[in-house]
Design a protein around this ligand. Structure first.
Ligand code: C5P
Length: 225
């Protein structure tokens, strides 16, 4: 490929999406949020009343499922079988379902195949948990973005929209607990668990400002262009 694949991995709430969107804009690359694909399939599974622990049931969905990611300024518009599910897939029930669905090895094989097809030409910033380890082990740039769990929890809590609080008030402790549960599941699953690729550059944003993270990452990408 003539243009690079930039892989951004890390736990929930580290700031991967913001970073990926920024780098994509800066370098004119396509931004692909792979978490949105797991969320979209999880939404379809919920909507079809499937058992999220039943890999065979989940896998049976895939032959007649299409998930498309379209670029927008803020992130990806997500089309599930042609229908815009961008907002719905951010709800708490889908978030929890995506975390459970993503442990299944054969579901991951299907996802990884889709993601490779999307990124194979290069010129993409792909963000997720296993991009540098499983989807594009040969990515030209790999960044593993991490931060202290408490800091990630606080950032996540502040992102919860006020209107969401009105529907169902959430506490910071609850946000932190939910995030930790998802991280644990990602780190401990058998198939492509969340971990830095051996050749990933580790960025710990615990005591970095957003601008510092963006500037440092831009440097890293430039050094590889
Ligand atoms: O990144 P996001 O929070 O949207 O991802 C939703 C869920 O999808 C994560 O909790 C994780 O379990 C799963 N995921 C994954 N591999 C990826 C991206 C997301 O397992 N590459």
């Amino acid at each position: 490929r003539q243009q690079p694949v930039i892989a951004i991995d890390g736990p929930a709430g580290a700031g991967k999406s913001t970073l990926a969107a920024h780098l994509a804009r800066r370098f004119g690359f396509l931004n692909l949020e792979t978490g949105a694909m797991y969320r979209a399939l999880a939404y379809k599974a919920i909507d079809s009343d499937l058992d999220l622990d039943d890999e065979v049931q989940l896998l049976a969905l895939t032959p007649h499922t299409t998930i498309a990611l379209e670029p927008t300024r803020e992130g990806n518009r997500v089309l599930l079988d042609g229908r815009d599910v961008s907002r719905r897939i951010r709800d708490a029930d889908v978030t929890a379902a995506a975390s459970r669905l993503s442990v299944h090895p054969r579901v991951r094989v299907w996802m990884v195949a889709q993601q490779r097809a999307l990124g194979i030409q290069g010129g993409v910033v792909m963000e997720g948990r296993d991009i540098g380890t499983a989807v594009f082990p040969d990515a030209e740039v790999k960044i593993f973005l991490d931060a202290d769990p408490n800091v990630r929890g606080t950032r996540r809590f502040r992102q919860v929209a006020p209107d969401q609080h009105e529907v169902a008030p959430v506490t910071e402790a609850a946000v932190l607990a939910e995030m930790r549960a998802r991280d644990d599941r990602d780190r401990n699953r058998a198939e492509s668990p969340l971990k830095p690729a051996p050749d990933a550059i580790l960025l710990d944003s615990t005591s970095m400002s957003l601008d510092e993270v963006l500037a440092r990452s831009e440097e890293i990408v430039r050094a590889h262009l």
